[in-house]
Design a protein around this ligand. Structure first.
Ligand code: NAD
Ligand code: TDX
Length: 326
């Protein structure tokens, strides 16, 4: 069994690679892994440090849009897990071209190569943001796509291309759409690691707008288990939402982080709202629960406390990244 993982040096991809190599998904049996990653600002080989010497792991630095390279790494691959993306909404608002290139063009190159090379399964890691904002309740998989940001529009485009290749050519693509992830090794531009590292450094946290925007927080380990189940027994041409059911407003999240770091509201700096800021996300993950046996296992309070502790204990990982962006 040969598994190709794109974006395996990023936050979620590296978590998946580490857990796969450490034996968290025994249903894959004996396998070897090839990681294809461009190592953009968000990719970091340090994320793979715990497993980098594993003889089953082969790392290839390269671009998803390089058709020749993708054809080369795809040879002999049975299963593809596609994480590589430009992933930060604020960056897509500042300039969306890299999102179009990597997420749409790169996605197409990969899905098409997977089918031409006869891969058995290809999981495309998408996002709940493709459904757009929801005032109450939770989106099911068949809700019409209504993306707001250039990021979410590029992910929706990639999803549509994947499904079109399935319908046209029988490409073995399965889509998973998770809610917001959190956990160790998340680049400190996303709200949780940004706020935690600011607070650990005695700096205020920039809360957008009225702080009332709501997100559903899924621990990265839960998300990765859902992805591994989808890669093992998900149906091609299907979409599976992944979530935790744990929604909270950004202000509630901020209060929890202030508590965990021993701070109070004086450390909150209200700032201008994000343009086109989706008010609320929430996914219905009943389908993956019923079909594949997925269940979120990590209670939010435990996951968040563990995440804060990880950042407190791993300054050597995030300080260089903060210096590069501040
Ligand atoms: P990330 O930004 O931490 O990592 C992205 C990785 O992709 C990096 O290692 C980067 O070097 C690599 N990459 C970027 N462009 C590339 C290219 N052209 N060719 C090869 N590699 C390239 O992202 P993440 O948060 O780990 O997200 C992984 C996936 O999960 C993305 O597809 C994202 O849309 C999706 N997702 C993320 C979340 C979340 O909360 N972070 C939630 C749902 C879905
Ligand atoms: O400085 C900030 N202040 C703030 O109030 C930042 C960076 C964010 N926020 C708010 C905006 C959002 O309502 O926090 C919320 C979460 O923001 P992000 O961490 O940027 O995540 P989000 O925009 O929800 O998108 C994330 O989840 C879905 C990931 O970045 C995407 O890749 C994923 O698809």
């Amino acid at each position: 069994m040969r598994i190709l993982i794109t974006g395996g040096a990023g936050f979620i991809g590296s978590n998946f690679v580490r857990r796969l190599l450490l034996g968290a998904y025994p249903w894959f049996g004996r396998f070897e892994v090839v990681v294809l990653d461009k190592l953009t600002y968000a990719g970091n080989l340090a994320n793979l440090a715990p497993v980098i010497d594993d003889p089953r792991l082969d790392f290839v630095r390269g671009d998803l849009c390089d058709t020749g390279l993708v054809d080369k790494v795809m040879r002999g691959v049975n299963t593809v897990v596609h994480f590589a993306a430009e992933s930060h909404v604020d960056r897509s608002i500042d300039g969306g071209l890299a999102f179009v290139t990597t997420n749409i063009v790169g996605g197409y190159v990969l899905f098409d190569a997977a089918r031409r090379h006869g891969a058995d399964a290809c999981v495309a890691v998408s996002t709940d943001e493709v459904y757009g904002s929801i005032d109450s309740g939770s989106w099911p998989e068949d809700h019409p796509l209504d993306p707001t940001s250039p990021y979410s529009a590029s992910k929706a485009s990639s999803d549509l291309l994947a499904l079109s290749l399935h319908r046209t050519h029988g490409a073995p693509v399965t889509i998973v759409r998770s809610s917001n992830n959190y956990g160790p090794y998340q680049y400190p531009e996303k709200v949780i690691p940004l706020f935690v590292t600011n607070l650990l450094d005695g700096r205020k946290v920039p809360l957008y707008g009225d702080g009332g925007n709501v997100r559903e927080w899924t621990h990265v380990d839960d998300h990765c288990r859902g992805i591994a189940l989808a890669a093992h027994k998900g149906r091609a041409g299907e979409v599976y939402n992944i979530g935790s059911g744990h929604t909270l407003s950004n202000l509630e999240l901020t209060d929890a982080l202030l508590r965990l770091t021993g701070n109070d509201r004086s450390m909150v700096e209200p700032v201008a709202d994000r343009k086109g800021h989706d008010r609320r996300y929430s996914v219905d993950f009943g389908k993956i629960t019923a079909e594949l046996g997925y269940r979120p296992e990590i209670p939010f309070a435990d996951g968040l406390a563990g995440t804060v502790q990880w950042y407190a204990e791993n300054r050597a990982w995030w300080e260089p990244l903060r210096r590069a962006t501040v």
